[in-house]
Design a protein around this ligand. Structure first.
Ligand code: ARG
Length: 457
């Protein structure tokens, strides 16, 4: 059944029907469509546009449609243009003329705006919950590793020693900000477009506050033209999802590097790795690579909707139908990636001794050796030069600073005494970094405590 055949004298060309139709993808919105319609007729009865009997008949019909979609007896068939026509046609088929009153005071423009908002609102919440599970996992790793030394990098060159808790803590902050963004989006988007009509409201005395509150919105949106054509919340959500993917992708990149034979900092569990069809020795970090790879398609969804919206005059234009497929894909992609990533790191082993040895062998304590000299009265620039000589000496001998004998230290600078070993030990180097945000275990424990509170909120 068509919703708009009246003023037409010819059948729609089949290609046009197919090109125009959105049921193949907007069927995902069936639940939201029915929820919105129930709220709408509840309100129509409250303002005496429908009788209570009519309302009950429509509500019962709609619920039956939902049940039959869910138990598989009602199939989405191609003759319907979109989910809105599909539900309405089946309602009329089931309950007769009363079903024709469902669309009183409503347009598919405010209907689709509502459905998409309801759908997105739920997804904002579920992405937020998945991120919380990920943060709980990171929190556990942090608590266990405040004294697990590893090299910190700049330019992917070993720089200064940090701890695993500190490194993981950087990602904790990123995903915490991601959740903050989701929270902000929810607050801004949670206003109901229902009642905006096609673009200019309606002449019926609709109670928009009532439908808004029936569906858990803070209230009705305040401009009907904006209401039917606003997709800012999708742009914001896709932007937040893109940032989440960027963070996951950075993390995956590190895991891929850490999992190489050269680094061996971590070992991804067998159940989260895959083999090669030709090279028997291989165990590949495919999951991490795929998450890194899927980042592009989520960015693609963001660019797509930004481009779709950029030239649109007010109010609704059919271009807006393009808001759905990429958005659905991006949401499903991100949810899948967060879940898989969380279970991958849950089962991943950290090789603590390899990490610590790597920190030692990379002169990550060179700055601390220079600080030692400064504390003994050597100007920093001279200290920098002296430690540079130590490093050259060690590279030549293929040893770490800690492996030099005191005589060797003193041959380069007599300022060195035997307390140099303690001064440049991994433990000292890390322990002394005590300012909040630094890797020193003392400072880390304060942050972990704050994180603990945050996770309980
Ligand atoms: N399938 C359409 C969409 O997704 C529904 C709204 C149609 N409105 C219209 N005036 N043709 O945007």
């Amino acid at each position: 059944m068509k919703l708009w055949g009246g003023r037409f004298t010819k059948e729609t060309n089949e290609l046009v029907h197919n090109f125009n139709a959105s049921l193949s993808f907007d069927q995902k919105l069936y639940k939201q469509d029915i929820e919105g319609s129930i709220a709408h007729v509840t309100m129509l009865a409250a303002v005496h546009i429908l009788t209570e009997e009519e309302r009950d008949k429509i509500v019962e019909g709609l619920k039956g449609i939902q049940t039959d979609i869910e138990n598989g007896t009602l199939k989405f068939t191609e003759e319907h243009e979109d989910i809105h026509s599909f539900v309405e046609a089946h309602l009329i088929e089931r309950i007769g003329d009363t079903g024709k009153k469902l669309h009183t005071g409503r347009s598919r423009n405010d209907q689709v705006a509502l459905d998409m908002k309801l759908y997105t609102r739920d997804e904002v919440i579920s992405v937020n919950e998945l991120l919380k599970e990920l943060l709980n996992e990171l929190h556990t790793i942090m608590k266990q590793n405040t004294e697990t030394y590893m090299p910190g990098f700049t330019h992917l060159q070993k720089a200064q020693p940090v701890t695993l808790a500190h490194h993981i803590g950087a990602y904790f902050e990123m995903f915490k900000r991601d959740r903050g963004r989701l929270h902000d989006i929810y607050e801004r988007m949670n206003y109901s477009p229902l009642g905006a009509g096609a673009l200019a409201g309606t002449t019926y005395p609709l109670d928009r506050e009532q439908t808004a509150s029936l569906m858990g919105f803070y209230g009705p949106s305040l401009n009907s033209m904006d209401s039917v054509s606003d997709r800012d919340y999708l742009i914001e959500f896709l932007s937040a999802l893109s940032t989440i993917m960027m963070h996951l992708s950075r993390f995956c990149e590190e895991i891929i590097v850490w999992n190489t034979n050269e680094y061996r900092f971590v070992e991804i569990d067998d159940s989260y790795s895959t083999g090669s069809s030709i090279m028997p020795q291989k165990k590949n970090p495919d999951i991490a690579e795929l998450i890194r790879g899927k980042t592009g398609r989520v960015y693609g969804a963001l660019i797509s909707i930004l481009t779709t919206m950029k030239g649109l005059p007010l109010a609704y234009n059919k271009d807006i139908q393009e808001d759905k497929e990429f958005t659905f894909d991006a949401i499903d992609t991100v949810k899948g990636c967060i879940s898989l990533f969380t279970s991958m790191i849950k089962t991943m082993k950290f090789r603590k001794n390899v990490m610590e040895a790597s920190a030692k062998n990379g002169f990550t304590n060179a700055t601390d050796a220079a600080d030692y000299l400064v504390n003994h009265g050597v100007p920093f620039r001279d200290a920098h030069g002296i430690v540079g000589q130590l490093v050259l000496f060690c590279i030549d001998k293929n040893i770490a600073l800690d492996d030099m004998s005191l005589e060797e230290f003193q041959a380069i600078s007599p300022v060195f005494q035997k307390d140099i070993y303690e001064a440049i030990s991994m433990k000292t180097c890390v322990d002394k970094r005590m300012t909040i945000g630094a890797p020193g275990p003392e400072a880390m424990r304060k942050v972990i405590e704050l994180n603990e509170k945050y996770l309980k909120e």
